[in-house]
Design a protein around this ligand. Sequence first.
Ligand SMILES: *Cc1c(COP(=O)(O)O)cnc(C)c1O
Length: 413
Amino acid sequence: MSTDVLHRLPHHLVQEAIDLDRTDPLGARRGEFVTPESVVAYLDGNSLGRPLHVTRRRLVEFMDGEWGERLIRSWDERWMARPLELGDLIGRAVLGAGPGQTVVADSTTVLLYKLVRAGLAAQPGRNEIVADTENFPTDRYIVESAARELGLTVRWIRPDPATGVRVADVVAVVNESTALVVLSHIAYKSAFIADLPAITAAAHGVGALVLWDLCHSAGAVEVGLDDAEVDLAVGCTYKYLNGGPGAPAFAYVNTRLHDRLEQPITGWMGHAEPFAMGESYAAAPGIRRLISGTPPILAMLPVEDMVTLIERTGMAAIRAKSVQLTELVVRIADEALAPLDVEVASPRDPAVRGGHVTLEHPSMEQVVAELWRRGVIPDFRRPRGLRAGMSPLSTSFTEVVMALALVHDVLAG
Ligand SMILES: *Cc1c(COP(=O)(O)O)cnc(C)c1O
């Protein structure tokens, strides 16, 4: 695609993007990712992150070495430890979590189910779950089915979609009957950031536990699970952690809950002595008991590469660039796209805005289809939302202006 389309935007905004790229302290990181020229702008890193070049070599080395040569011996040598080692790395680099509290396994959906059930099992005598109607479908469905299985009641918060769940919304529904509060830290539609420390404290105030979904937070914003005394958390590794399609999820359980932690899928790999092949289940100590079956070792390699890069870079620098990227989108939308009836459907205050910006227009579905044809890839959220998700380490400011200039081009005709 030619850069002619940039004339659609005010020159000072284009120049600003070029200057931001030139002075970006993380600019060189983009070269570490696979960036084919046919992709003019990738604004969907919040759905599926780009792969890292280093992963290609590491997968081949793994085939030849750990798998091809060490074969079954690798289970003892490395693989049994890996779900917890990678968990600790994610905890340290991304979640603000001390060691021994994070594990990698399953999908987000399955880990969410296991943690919801574990949270409820740790709260005997309480019969309500709090959730919100704007959460991602999987979260709502899992809460519904766990409640049905156990005969519990779901107290639904109906947040203002523009703001997301606020502390007052939670305070209004929790009480001595609340077993568990299940919320997303960052709203997948608007990118609103919930006040994780304050909501966690409010739930604790009535003796409830909190389970945070970090799918849109991990790798985009700083998270401090230990500092906020969060109970349980879960998240994806294929979004901002670039683990690739179907990469396993992570779960966090605060150490103080480990002794009480009972999860429902009691497979042999979460047993205290898996190879004793014992008569009945005895949970492994600590976070390992969340594992059910044989861990997906191969699928952990790309995640290791990305989280290692994140640790080398530091989440503070990553978040700082993320804010600059979303600010640029909001500014271009206000100055150049608002006259074409495009509206910003994400918070304007960057302090409560995550790594993406949702732009709305009645024709957005057709606009996004045309963008995809021309190598510009955001995603579309029904009924009228373009979600511009900018993975800070792999997205340039120039990509942002190219994409939004094309939105202008398509809309203005
Ligand atoms: C992406 C996402 C999921 C995805 O769950 P999978 O089991 O990986 O399909 C769940 N919850 C939220 C909030 C998400 O954004």
